[in-house]
Design a protein around this ligand. Structure first.
Ligand code: BQF
Length: 291
């Protein structure tokens, strides 16, 4: 088993971007600028958005965090989004998900201008992704593709089984893995909660991408010898022995599955850091498009 080290790889990418940013600034250019809207006080969301801001600082991007109360009205949130759409000094922004239940996530996604949609969630950008046109790819699937690319993992002609069909991970990664690109060109099976005989399917997988949010769901008996396993899950489970008060669990029973796999992502330090790196790459791309 070899580790797919997302922490290491994301640091490499951040270093590459930092060099470009330093070069831009040395030539008198302005810094790329990413903004994030955070609604409410959810602990995990706050951690995620803070690590995005911190990553910006580390590589020389400008960043802006817009914090809004959990009970903000939908129209008020849409008005904030419109302000960021019209802010010429911004290269891109994200609205941290999930949102409070009284807010329609689809309306929010539609409101972000596609040219500033560095999360790649707008229907127009999803359409471009499907058509293999240049666009912002959603950060987590993009990070997985980047990890596969940098570790030279062969995907062409391989059977990739995706577990979970979310709009954020499962659905887009199945599209990217099936596209006529490298990495890509895989034969993809997209499985979900209605799938029958999942184990029969995963046992045929050369590559498994699991994005369920169910701790340790994928066990050793479900994995073929030599498979590549990508664990997108990150669930916080209370743990008094930890300083933070919780431990992070992936969707993979790591020790069992590691024994069988050729490559596997750890949790933490696997896909998560690659998500952040991809967001930064999209922001730099947006900057270049605009300058
Ligand atoms: C790591 C996310 C579920 C719902 C909304 C590094 C992140 C996570 C883990 C991170 C995630 C998950 C993010 C690690 C952003 C990934 O070291 O393993 C970074 O910050 N993520 C998000 O913004 O929203 C989510 C998961």
């Amino acid at each position: 088993m070899k580790l797919l080290d997302g922490k290491f790889t994301s640091n490499q990418i951040k270093e590459e971007i930092a060099v470009e940013v330093a070069d831009i600034k040395a030539k008198g250019g302005r810094a790329p600028h990413l903004a994030a809207i955070l609604v409410g006080e959810d602990g995990a969301s706050l951690t995620y958005v803070n690590s995005k801001v911190k990553a910006c600082e580390k590589i020389g991007f400008d960043s802006t965090l817009v914090r809004l109360p959990a009970d903000i009205k939908e129209e008020a949130l849409l008005a904030e989004i419109e302000k960021l759409n019209n802010n010429e000094g911004l290269d891109g922004f994200i609205v941290q998900l999930p949102l409070p239940k009284h807010i329609d996530e689809n309306k929010v996604i539609d409101a972000v201008h596609p040219d500033k949609d560095v999360d790649g969630f707008h229907p127009s950008n999803v359409g471009k992704m499907v058509l293999n046109q240049p666009t912002f790819l959603p950060a987590t699937p993009m990070g997985i593709m980047e990890l596969l690319k940098r570790y030279n993992i062969e995907t062409s002609g391989k059977h990739c089984v995706v577990i979970g069909r979310s709009h954020i991970v499962g659905s887009p990664i199945s599209i990217l893995m099936a596209r006529k690109t490298n990495p890509g060109n895989a034969t993809v099976t997209l499985t979900h909660s209605r799938t029958k005989n999942l184990k029969e399917i995963t046992l045929q997988a050369d590559i498994i991408v699991i994005a369920l949010g169910i701790p340790e769901y994928l066990t050793g008996d479900m994995v073929k010898e030599g498979a590549v396993v990508i664990d997108v899950g990150i669930t916080r489970v209370a743990d008094d022995t930890k300083k933070s008060g919780f431990k992070l669990y992936g969707d993979v029973k790591f020790d069992e599955v590691a024994e069988k796999s050729s490559f596997i992502t750890p949790v933490p330090g696997g896909v998560g850091p690659m998500t952040i790196a991809s967001l930064l790459m999209n922001t730099l791309d947006s900057y270049k498009r605009r300058n």
